[in-house]
Design a protein around this ligand. Structure first.
Ligand SMILES: *[C@@H]1O[C@H](CO)[C@@H](O)[C@H](O)[C@H]1NC(C)=O
Ligand SMILES: *[C@@H]1O[C@H](CO)[C@@H](O)[C@H](O)[C@H]1NC(C)=O
Ligand SMILES: *[C@@H]1O[C@H](CO)[C@@H](O)[C@H](O)[C@H]1NC(C)=O
Ligand SMILES: *[C@@H]1O[C@H](CO)[C@@H](O)[C@H](O)[C@H]1NC(C)=O
Ligand SMILES: *[C@@H]1O[C@H](CO)[C@@H](O)[C@H](O)[C@H]1NC(C)=O
Ligand SMILES: *[C@@H]1O[C@H](CO)[C@@H](O)[C@H](O)[C@H]1NC(C)=O
Length: 571
């Protein structure tokens, strides 16, 4: 069915470019339509042992990457939907100097959901063709694996480094011709040919022949550097995801950096955390760091399937809340900057059917319609409340504090006692202050003189990322508690913590190309130290958080950027 519609679409395209629509329907193989039971997208470090399914996934991805870059169903063109080369896909005509991907927009989670389904559908079509070429003795096994194949994710919050399977240049799999070692398609993508400006921007990342992670000065990929950076930030990443899932209760605040939850003033968002992973993996001029080129690195898809999974888990807990209209300051290739978006906005270029109708956030609300789910969301034969109870248990177990202390201080996970208070820094910047990507780096303690040491300094608390210019405010939140516990404080009460923060909190601005930039470049930058007390409840309940308290004393010496008495943060 899928293969057929795919072939039809490809044929139609060959005959008349732009005159067809590729329907993003998801996959029905392995789905029980009556109960809603459906195949699971698995974590990559588990999926790598899936045998036939993993072999097919690797071979399908390899074939996708080998396709001519002019083919609309090549890896290059599918990846090219996201940002550069700013060309149209499946007839969705655009006019703005952006990719199709919405950022700082309520469409961020739903657009990327449709995107991952498109990727999954195309890989599945290829996997089914490949399965049919296995020898008779194993063909049935491979065909069965192909029919239920779903794309894996990388859970960067519970295993905060990329597993080896993503980073080994070669990989051994069982092909139709027997066991073979091939270039690992999860490791990189080699452009053939490498686009030149204006298709690709005139930046370092645009000039590498293959995608790279955390490259050294000679442009050689250093995945171990990316993993070190990820591990360095592991405590913060885990605290951020836990706070996000347990505290942020409105879709608008949860979904993107362009709004916050007025009720709780939580500046945390899924998009903000997702940005941090991009930056850490890309590192020093790698593709993942440059959002508009990031999708060419195959790890992008593992990352975004995980983003979709976190979105789906959040949806299971807060099932009644969904999109409310919001202005998209940045806009996209097709969406006018500054226009309002809502649940009916088209998720271009993703078509719902072959008559030209686009998906919307309404048609992408549920994973069930697309025929996949995640290990924590076995939602069939379960009502909403039981599902929410179940998912909360998984969230506590995966990302919550532990009930007993670990002997190793290198352990990145807080204990319940340490998490009796939750301190964070809320940060906001007006995107029109800048002309290119910037980090706001926050430190507790000494800041290295050389800016190239900032991102790995032990005093770095976290970085607020502004991807590029936009007319809107960019909100973010950086957890402080995981750093504070290294100070052996007698308590986490504000009488102990705030004077310490006041003494040792500082910040720097750094451009995406690594240069130190004077703080005056961001006149609108504002940050504030906030906290809430936390009462931990049962294993399947979220903690109870006290009211949000702001501490102007903690940042008054950093004025005009640190909040001071009598001021309030933008909402
Ligand atoms: C298997 O071998 C055949 C014949 O040499 C070749 O055409 C085909 O591409 C090979 N398939 C794979 C998946 O390596
Ligand atoms: C990864 O990059 C290297 C070096 O450019 C190249 O030899 C290898 O074929 C690439 N792998 C893939 C899967 O493109
Ligand atoms: C959303 O989709 C449902 C069916 O899935 C439909 O009943 C409803 O009218 C749609 N709402 C909007 C605002 O399009
Ligand atoms: C951001 O700054 C621009 C230029 O100064 C201004 O026009 C705009 O209103 C500001 N946006 C917000 C949301 O404050
Ligand atoms: C906290 O205590 C540990 C173990 O006693 C010690 O190694 C570490 O240096 C102390 N940290 C600070 C910031 O004093
Ligand atoms: C949390 O803070 C509120 C307000 O400051 C206070 O009333 C409450 O007793 C605190 N709860 C705990 C468990 O500390």
């Amino acid at each position: 069915m899928i293969t057929l519609s795919w072939l039809c679409a490809a044929l139609a395209l060959a005959l008349a470019p732009n005159s067809y629509a590729f329907a993003i329907t998801g996959l029905q193989g392995g789905v029980n339509a009556a109960t809603g039971e459906r195949p699971i997208r698995q974590e990559i470090s588990v999926f790598q042992y899936a045998g036939a399914a993993f072999d097919l996934y690797i071979l399908a991805l390899q074939q996708l990457m080998q396709r001519d870059q002019a083919d609309p169903f090549s890896f290059y063109r599918i990846a090219g939907i996201h940002g550069y080369p700013h060309t149209s896909w499946d007839g969705a005509v655009g006019q703005f100097s952006n990719g199709y991907c919405p950022h700082g927009s309520i469409l961020f989670p739903t657009w990327h959901r449709a995107y991952m389904v498109l990727f999954e559908q195309i890989l599945s079509g290829l996997a089914q063709q490949i399965a049919s070429t296995y020898p008779e003795s194993s063909k049935a096994t491979y065909q069965s694996a192909a029919s239920t194949l779903r794309v894996p994710y990388w859970d960067w919050a519970s295993e905060t480094s990329m597993p080896d399977v993503i980073n080994q240049p070669n990989i051994n799999i069982n092909t139709p011709n027997g066991s073979q070692t091939i270039a690992n398609p999860l490791y990189n993508y080699t452009f053939h040919p490498l686009p030149s400006p204006p298709d690709f921007p005139n930046v370092k990342q645009g000039k590498y022949p293959s995608t790279v992670r955390y490259p050294d000065d000679k442009g050689r990929s250093q995945p171990s550097g990316a993993n070190a950076a990820l591990k360095h930030n592991a405590g913060g990443i885990r605290a951020t995801i836990y706070n996000l899932l347990t505290q942020v209760q409105t879709y608008a605040a949860f979904s993107n950096t362009g709004s916050n939850d007025g009720r709780t003033s939580s500046y945390n968002s899924l998009e903000n955390l997702h940005n941090a992973i991009h930056i850490l993996v890309g590192g020093n001029y790698g593709h993942m760091q440059y959002i508009s080129l990031s999708s060419f690195d195959p790890v992008f898809f593992l990352h975004h399937v995980n983003v979709d999974r976190l979105f789906a888990m959040w949806q299971a807990v807060y099932a009644d809340t969904y999109l409310t209209a919001q202005v998209d300051a940045a806009g996209t290739y097709t969406n006018t900057p500054g226009a309002s978006e809502d649940v009916t906005s088209a998720l271009t270029p993703f078509h719902l059917d072959d008559s030209g109708t686009f998906h919307t956030s309404n048609t992408t609300r549920s994973t069930r319609a697309f025929g996949y789910t995640y290990p924590e969301l076995l939602d069939w034969n379960m009502d909403h409340q039981i599902l929410a109870f179940d998912v909360k248990g998984h969230i506590n177990e995966l990302y919550g504090p532990k009930t007993t202390a670990s002997k190793r201080r290198s352990e990145t996970r807080l204990t319940v006692a340490e998490m009796s208070h939750d301190y964070s820094i809320n940060v906001v910047v007006n995107g029109s202050d800048i002309t290119s990507g910037m980090y706001v780096r926050l430190f507790l303690g000494p800041i290295p003189k050389q800016e190239n040491l900032w991102s790995t300094a032990s005093s770095l608390v976290g970085s607020h990322i502004i991807n590029g210019p936009s007319r809107g405010l960019v909100f973010g939140q950086i957890p402080l508690t995981p750093k504070l516990i290294n100070y052996n404080l007698s308590s986490l009460g504000s009488e102990t913590v705030i004077p310490l923060i006041q003494k040792i909190l500082n910040y720097r601005i750094q451009s995406f190309d690594g240069r130190s930039v004077g703080v005056n470049i961001l006149p609108s930058l504002k940050f504030a130290v906030v906290s809430r007390n936390v009462t931990h409840l049962g294993p399947n309940e979220f903690p109870e958080y006290g009211p949000l308290v702001t501490y102007p004393d903690a940042t008054k010496s950093l004025w005009p950027h640190g909040l001071h008495e009598g001021e309030s943060m933008p909402a």
